[in-house]
Ligand binder design. Sequence first.
Ligand code: ATP
Ligand code: MG
Length: 587
Amino acid sequence: MHNVIRKTDADLLLTPNFSDYEGGRRHFSWEDERQRLAGLPGGGLNIAFEAVERHASGALRDKTAFRFLGRDVPAQDVSWGELSRQTSRFANVLRRLGVGKGERLFVLAGRIPELYVAVLGSLKNGTVVSPLFSAFGPEPIATRVNLGAGRVLVTTESLYLKKVSRWRDKMPTLEHVLLVADEAGSTTAVSGTLDLASLMALEPDDFELEATGPEDMSLLHFTSGTTGTPKGAVHVHGAVLTHHATGRFALDLHREDTYWCTADPGWVTGTSYGIIAPLLHGVTSIIDREEFDAERWYGILEQEMVSVWYTAPTAIRMLMKAGAELARRHRFPRLRFVASVGEPLNPEAVWWGKEVLGLPIHDNWWQTETGGIMIANTPAFDIKPGSMGRPLPGVEAAIVERQEDGSVKLVDTAGKEGELALKAGWPSMFRGYLHNEERYRKCFADGWYLTGDLATRDEDGYFWFVGRSDDVIKSAGHLIGPFEVESVLMEHPAVAEAGVIGKPDPMVGEVVKAFVSLKLGFEPGEPLRLELLGHARKRLGAAVAPKEIDFLPTLPRTRSGKIMRRLLKARELGLPEGDTSTLEGGA
Ligand code: ATP
Ligand code: MG
């Protein structure tokens, strides 16, 4: 299974930014990276200045920064010049309302231009911004606004009426609600709100940026809620160094690219890499307002001539489920680099990319807490399908064991499991969990940030994901990572998705139980169940293979697309489901 996908120059349409892994790491420093950015005129650092202003006053003024697509609306191109003017107007609105540096603004909207303007405009004003998934219900919205002491909310008229207005008194800090009209024109004078377009029309389109520094707070992002109640991770303007470096190293962004990040800004990927990184590199981004649709997505890759594509395993699994036939009706001659994040990428999916898109998929690993990509498969080295790659320049990663006395011990043996840790201090490291100082402190020991993920490192320095420490199964003295079992199930032609849990058992501690959903054209039933059990036992051995397999039409997942094993487990055991605010399809 651990075959290698070799990189050859013939695979590449462009000279990659990063081709010498060892040399690139040796010569990298964050100080040099800082020099690649402009910095604010009076000193200081601001994400929006680097992403927007720097280019808007130069050669990229008229280049398309964002191209918005939607089913029932014409495509809309926004240039750097236009983005600069709009975000300045927005920042002026905030200043006029008396909203300043460090105060919190939430955005609740689909992927419409106003969301992007609000995020970047807030950053210009030094206001801390937190984009929320538009599909959130009233409860998760209020919880997050309250946790962040939100003073301003930017949302659409219909979302406001449906999800906010009746709960407004539950959000005592919320002073200003800025509404975007559902259709062109202004909003219908909803009481207690202000019409954003009218306010912006009154403001000048230039703005003197707030003097922010690298340690000033920029974004507040909530974790996905895969393992429990989402945590609010605090980020700073200095994170822009990581966004810039990783855009080069892990996404291989070049000026001539057309880039599509499929993540919603409600998830950190949709902000760090759906907004900031491509803007920093002067790259045109595609933004699709619609939800996943296999046919539509292949169409966008083809028609928009996407060259760099950043997506997630859940989307890849859904494309695989839809069948290769659909893909073959499309051509992707300009596509040259595909990357994925969010969950482990099964080797099957990496190979699928090679077969169907003509390119392997580059898995990379990071978290809301890390603010940017930390470990990645890059153009600079061969891919070992199933591995999340190697640490990027400027990032030191290790496998460690926590000791009783609170210190950590480095695990040097290749292939030995332990907790994945990062040497603290990279620029986009989170600076706190909102209102949870204790939990934040517990993430650090001996100068390392402990990620809560279990992994191994091989003799070539590649990292392999084993599972989240909460998800790992202890069975008859073995530690079993769900990913390994899920990947083997995915090798079977009938399986579209698999989620594996440990089910308490008096004899062995826990037994391995799998839930699978099937590809089109396959029927659940006893024969298939036995076949899958047999396949897994052959590949994994009796100690690790699942003892039970259930079929489900789809697996529960977060809005960022991650399989929620804790829900599979709670449902299996008849226990309370816990926080389901991020459950896809939930309220
Ligand atoms: P919560 O912390 O609320 O439970 P979450 O951890 O899913 O949610 P995110 O910050 O969105 O929230 O996700 C980061 C986690 O996603 C990582 O810690 C890891 O478990 C998983 N992950 C991300 N990328 C990869 C990858 N390439 N391979 C394996 N796991 C990944
Ligand atoms: Mg997490």
